[in-house]
Design a protein around this ligand. Structure first.
Ligand SMILES: [Mg+2]
Length: 367
């Protein structure tokens, strides 16, 4: 089996809530997502999706995905897509860095491996743990009382994990955390995710002011060293996200005891293959994980479900059903949330079929 064509489709995903706001006044109203198709000479096609959280969250932007597929594609034609390590070595040799560009191709090759073997991706990634995957809801940054009301509303829909977008004015963030915690049950988990938005002294003030609350602190500051300093000033469970952009940073943070949990985003790390590598190390060393991506639609949500469902439950902190945040569906067969949980499909590969009426014509084609 050989790769004969790689295509990319551009699809807009508007947010049902109208916008998504996080630290530093950043916001998105319509996501620009790319669906990647990897075709083979035997007629099988695999699909992946990459959707940056705007151009200002991680070093990634939507048009960069398409430009990158155009750059990488010619190096991959003729390779066997089932040989995932070989494909990834070729991608890394042809293009230094740019993990998010490689993510869609890698996911599509996992989809192909599943279709070729008749197995769901989660079984290929180690097997299915438990009946379903617990989800969190991200709460867009608005006024404290309105955020608490949103937390309560999503809790009524079945969610039990909440990620509060803070990283704004620290005095208002303290109110946000107190307000959100006050509407939750003791068994619900609350994460205050600053998305790098606080300076070190602000972060130390905030964590001290919420000292008596049951809340996780995620990525308070921009640099790893600032986060480490905050970590050493708090007893709260601590999560790193933006700083953990690959295996080396993961190993360093693990050695420094810098985190209790880590946020692994598939495209941040370069695809399912590289995320699985860190996932397996987390399992071996007892680090809990949020398993997700930067954003996306149905295909991203399916990939997350397979990654998460193949992760032991005690270390699977949360995951995200991104397809429930947006009003456009780009594939059939993707997981649908039920009472705050989702499941990976039982069908071969990712278990999705793209909606080509939504995707339109390919904007990149490499043969
Ligand atoms: Mg985060």
């Amino acid at each position: 089996m050989k790769i004969s064509r790689i295509s990319a489709y551009r699809v807009e995903l508007p947010l049902i809530e109208g916008s998504y706001k996080w630290s530093g006044g950043k916001s998105v109203t319509v996501f620009d997502s790319t669906v990647v198709a990897v075709e083979t000479d035997e007629g099988l096609v695999g699909y992946g999706e990459v959707c940056p959280l705007g151009p200002f969250y991680l070093p990634a932007y939507a048009e960069g995905v398409r430009a990158g597929v155009r750059e990488l594609g010619p190096h991959l034609i003729g390779l066997d897509p089932r040989e995932l390590s070989v494909v990834n070595r070729h991608m890394d040799a042809a293009l230094k860095g740019h993990p998010y560009v490689k993510s869609g191709i890698d996911i599509a090759c996992w989809d192909l491996l599943g279709k070729a073997t008749g197995m769901p991706v989660c079984e290929l990634m180690g097997g299915r743990f438990g009946d379903s995957v617990r989800l969190y809801r991200a709460i867009s940054q608005i006024e404290p009382d309105a955020m608490a009301a949103n937390v309560a509303e999503y809790r009524d829909q079945g969610y039990t994990r909440f990620q509060l977008k803070v990283g704004g004015d620290p005095d208002i963030d303290m109110e946000r955390i107190h307000a959100a915690r006050s509407v939750l049950r003791s068994s619900d988990r609350l994460v205050a995710d600053a998305n790098t938005g606080w300076t070190q002294h602000e972060a130390v003030r905030v964590v001290r002011s919420v000292r008596d609350l049951d809340v996780y602190i995620e990525q308070p500051c921009l640099s790893y060293e600032e986060c480490l300093a905050v970590r050493r000033n708090t007893g709260h469970p601590f999560i790193l996200d933006e700083n953990i952009d690959g295996l080396e940073m993961f190993l360093r943070a693990k050695a420094d005891l810098a985190m209790d949990a880590v946020n692994l985003k598939i495209s941040k790390l370069g695809g399912l293959s590289k995320t699985k590598q860190i996932r397996d190390l987390c399992v071996a060393t007892g680090i809990a994980m949020t398993l997700e991506d930067s954003w996306g639609g149905d295909i991203t949500t399916a990939a997350i479900a397979h990654l998460a469902h193949s992760t032991p439950e005690e270390l699977r902190f949360t995951s995200t059903d991104f397809n429930s945040y947006v009003s456009v569906s780009n594939a059939e067969g993707a997981p649908r949330r039920e009472h705050g949980f989702m499941k990976a499909s039982d069908t071969p590969g990712l278990g999705i079929t793209p909606r080509f009426d939504v995707l339109g014509d390919a904007v990149v084609e490499v043969t």
